[in-house]
Ligand binder design. Structure first.
Ligand SMILES: Cc1ncc(C[n+]2csc(CCOP(=O)(O)OP(=O)(O)O)c2C)c(N)n1
Length: 601
């Protein structure tokens, strides 16, 4: 087994091409084995194994810096760079993370998780290298999906103008999570298929096949490629217009070809893009046939319904009923539950690419045009659209509805995907209303209610299953509701099903605080009495969160009760939801301790 022999990139460099090809197969098999057990990004990683091996064959980590965009395709990189054995604990508590992470290894040049950052970060690293007169290579690996994100073009604009030496690997598998969308995707398709280009590539291949990997003759290939590529004026237009040398498209699964190309472009003293075509799921039949299903694989399945399923069903129902309802996703059709809507109403459900900022402003436009837009988005990805939320939606008080999935602690996807900040950033937005349903039933009711709501509205719910089948009776989502009454003077205001679950057996008046903003002041006024303890529970950061707004609202009217805010502090890198709750005191045990202490006083 070569897998056991390679403990570092240096070991990899000792292998022949044939051996590297066998090693690639073993790495793929190992990834399949671990992801089947632990969950994770399967198809993206299977497609990235070959060129990742080529990268480590040609470059020297950690001296050279490789930034994997999103970082979800960096499993082979982790295995090659000394984390083979730890890889067994991928995404497990205490184990290694599912994305590139600079706190995990010196070979991870940067921490990633959100899309389309690698070109900007790469340029920053390359500029710092030049300023400090150091010598190393910077390689940004970006997918065709990530290339739909606007930030990538801001970076290309800067990279082209500055002519800073850096290498961009475009990993083009024609897929984002679902089929990639948009004009850029069509353009890449043309690059791949250009007849003129194909002819050139065949000539190039036949020239390359007989050559040794290293040796003086290879150096000349570079000049030959240059003149060939110069000849093909159409295919390289866009990137070359940015001032960036373009080479492609080459087969990202042909190790020999990848290695040779990388050796050549390494010598170029200006920014360069190497366009590689790959197959998502490469080497695993099921994943090749259905790359979307195998993009993210879940460890175990549960039985009850997911919040995202309710969103999809409800939107279909609402679109059928109301001709003004439309919805959008930023490349997350399946994750947000919108696949079923897109299938049924393709012209009322927009997949805009990995472009959350654009999605929010586009929805503001739809709203200004008299439509009722719903943007279904993950909590952590909406973060980057803060200005569009404020400038385009909230300052104009436009009724755009945000269906915010994956709010709260996220578990195995880790630190970059935590949905812990939404209450805090939404709280700061004028005119914004924020709701958090206690179960799927309540989410469906809130969606119905939202149809005629006349301002910006966010409904936030966690990843996964709706669990609690309890009927909550209050019809008005802006009012809180008592769930159980087991105390005279201790009130627990819980946001969302997971927080309600923590307090379900505690000796308190348990309140479903479904309206996070505005607060139910009628309810709060009633319980603001001397001797009362109010504990707020939220699946988010305390700073700027629900608890703090309860506290400041009570201060404003003359607070006489005691208030304790429970929630998250600082950075949360726990890879399990329960671990995250434990380390932040969000447990029944801690809650009961606080209640007991209060009762003793
Ligand atoms: C800002 C942001 N939005 C959404 C996502 C979710 N996401 C993770 S991977 C991915 C698709 C990336 O496609 P591509 O770059 O082509 O990589 P592939 O998986 O196809 O190799 C998406 C949308 C994200 N990570 N960041």
């Amino acid at each position: 087994m070569y897998l056991e022999k390679v403990n570092s990139p240096a070991d990899l460099k000792k292998l022949s091409i044939k051996e590297l090809e066998k090693y690639a197969q073993e790495v793929r098999a190992y990834i399949i084995e671990v992801v089947n057990k632990n969950g994770g990004h399967l198809s993206s990683n299977l497609g990235a194994v070959d060129f990742t091996i080529a990268l480590h064959y040609v470059f020297d980590c950690p001296k050279d810096k490789i930034i994997f965009d999103v970082g979800h395709q960096s499993y082979a990189h982790k295995i090659i760079t000394g984390r083979r054995d730890e890889f067994k604990n991928l995404r497990m508590p205490g184990g290694i993370t599912g994305f590139e992470n600079m706190h995990e290894s010196e070979c991870d040049a940067f921490s990633t998780g959100h899309s389309s950052t690698s070109l900007s970060v790469g340029l920053g690293l390359a500029r710092s290298r030049d300023l400090s007169k150091e010598k190393y290579d910077v390689i940004s690996v970006i997918g065709d999906g990530a290339l739909t994100g606007g930030m990538a073009y801001e970076a290309l604009n800067d990279i082209g103008a500055s002519q800073t030496k850096m290498i961009i690997i475009l990993n083009d598998n024609t897929m984002s999570i679902s089929k990639n969308v948009g004009a850029i995707s069509t353009y890449l398709g043309k690059l791949r298929l250009s007849k003129r280009y194909k002819a050139l590539k065949t000539t190039f291949r036949s020239g390359m096949d007989g050559m040794p990997i290293v040796g003086p003759s290879v150096v000349n290939v570079f000049e030959r490629i240059k003149s060939w590529v110069k000849g093909q004026f159409w295919t390289n237009k866009m990137f070359e217009q940015f001032g960036i040398k373009y080479y492609g498209a080459f087969d990202g699964h042909n190790l020999r070809e990848c290695i040779k190309m990388l050796m050549q472009i390494k010598k170029i003293q200006q920014p360069v893009i190497l366009h590689l075509t790959t197959h998502k799921g490469n080497g695993l039949y099921e994943a090749e046939q259905n790359p979307e299903k195998y993009h993210g694989v879940e460890g175990k399945k549960e039985l009850s319904k997911k919040y995202s399923e309710i969103v999809g069903e409800k939107l279909n129902e609402m679109i059928a009923k109301d001709e003004k309802v439309v919805c959008a996703t930023a490349a997350m059709l399946s994750g947000t539950g919108l696949s079923v809507v897109h299938e049924k109403y393709p012209d009322r459900c927009y997949d805009v690419g990995i472009a959350e900022q654009h999605a929010v402003a586009m929805c503001a436009g739809l709203s200004a045009g008299g439509y009722k837009p719903y943007f279904a988005v993950y909590s952590s990805f909406l973060q980057r659209a803060y200005d569009q939320l404020l400038h385009d939606v909230c300052l104009n008080n436009l009724p755009v509805r945000f269906l915010i999935d994956r709010s709260g602690a996220i578990g195995a996807d880790g630190v970059t995907h935590q949905g812990l900040y939404d209450i805090s950033y939404l709280n700061s937005l004028p005119n914004m209303t924020v709701l958090s349903p206690a179960n799927g039933e309540e989410l469906a009711r809130m969606m119905d209610w939202s149809l005629d709501f006349n301002g910006p509205l966010a409904i936030r719910y966690p990843k996964g299953y709706t669990l609690d089948g309890k009927e909550y009776v209050t019809e008005d989502p802006l009012r809180w509701e008592v769930v159980h009454n087991k105390s005279d003077n201790v009130y627990v205001l819980a946001v969302g099903n997971r927080m309600l679950d923590i307090a379900k057996n505690s000796l308190c008046v348990l309140v479903n605080a479904r309206s996070v903003k505005p607060l139910d002041m009628y309810f709060l006024d009633k319980i603001n009495k001397e001797g009362n303890l109010i504990i707020t529970l939220e699946d988010g950061i305390v700073s700027g969160g629900f608890g703090e707004s309860v506290l400041s609202a009570l201060n404003a009217v003359g607070k006489v009760c005691r208030v304790v805010n429970l929630g998250f502090e600082g950075v949360c890198d726990d890879l399990s939801v329960s671990g995250a709750f434990d380390s932040n005191g969000l447990t029944a045990k801690n809650l009961d301790k606080i209640i007991q202490e209060h009762l003793k006083v």
